[in-house]
Design a protein around this ligand. Sequence first.
Ligand SMILES: Cc1ncc(COP(=O)(O)O)c(C=O)c1O
Length: 401
Amino acid sequence: MRSDMTPLTPPDFEAFFSARASAIQSSAIREILKVTERPEVISFAGGLPAPETFPVKQMKAAMDDVLTRCGKEALQYSTTEGYAPLRAWIAERNSTPEAPVHPDQVLMVSGSQQGLDLLAKVLINPGDKVLVETPTYLGALQAFSLFEPRFVSIASDDDGLLPENIGESSRGAKFLYCLPNFQNPTGRLLAEERRYRLAEKARALNFLILEDDPYGDLSYAGDKPPTIRSLAPERTVYMGSFSKILSQGIRLGYVIAPEALRAKLVQAKQATDLHTSTLAQMSAYQIVKDGFLNTHIPTIRRLYGAQCQAMLAALSRHMPEGVSWNAPKGGMFLWAELPKGMDATALLAKAVENNVAFVPGMPFFAENPSIEALRLAFVTVPPPRIEEGIKRLAELIRASR
Ligand SMILES: Cc1ncc(COP(=O)(O)O)c(C=O)c1O
């Protein structure tokens, strides 16, 4: 600094923030959960896939091969739409006889979270009605909220959202955001019959469907009901992700959209990040093209299925009367309810003091949150620790009554 310059005074940044940014709130729960990174904490909180499933060796070999064969292409800017061979692979994998996917319909995104942001950007005006499940994925509520929609919550039960509850008041909604397979946060699977009724409802009331499906491959039994896209391809945007089946660190997801919408998303993505990492796309393609996922996905399913069973057994063994939970058929989470009137956020504070953590259900509701609900992730905790963690939670619940 030269001596004739005015001294540095930090500006009041609050005054510079947009109204949109000022409306973003920090989460009290996130503050409590910060401590869960300590190794002594048994954490059922994180939504992170199990690190032992990461194909480190395959990724190293794939990157090496890509850089050796076509390093200049891999390190260059590329098209916003994404790496053509990977898009063709995705199109083929997601095609059904009734609803084929053309590679041109596929847009590669930097994680499906970016898909949510781009869709919000191109679809939501302030005050627009957006239909969501009860509860729904917190990250989608965050992405959509920045564009100030009016959320309309659609009631759900153990078989997913209830299409008959999408009534006339939903007419004029821009879209329904739904997670039919092993939903985050509940692990619920949308019943097949409801998928058909949902497709009909969307046509009758003229809204779009945003189908977010990062967990669809993680069915423990390996079966999968039809996607909503296959039932209403003309109005469904499907989001897929490599995060839960390959790696989330490479930030690779995709959106399959009807042409007019895909073109708009491409424009929005250009403004956001130009394109998704070329090296990541080429390396992922190198891994998947010869069928690696055909053996890798069943390995993940077996691991998660066993962890889920371990948690269900521990819950049955230890939980007192009045606590209930579901039994997911796939995915990474289960959903529990504390006895009526018991606050999961208050329980979390005590749980963290006892080195065990979970995520209270409240932030997953767009409206009328349930204080008793909580999400338990079982995939990163080995069974003996699952047993110990659930036992500790059960003791705290007994003591809180
Ligand atoms: C339902 C849902 N959608 C989207 C995402 C974001 O995934 P990605 O890593 O592909 O951005 C997640 C991540 O946990 C999720 O649970």
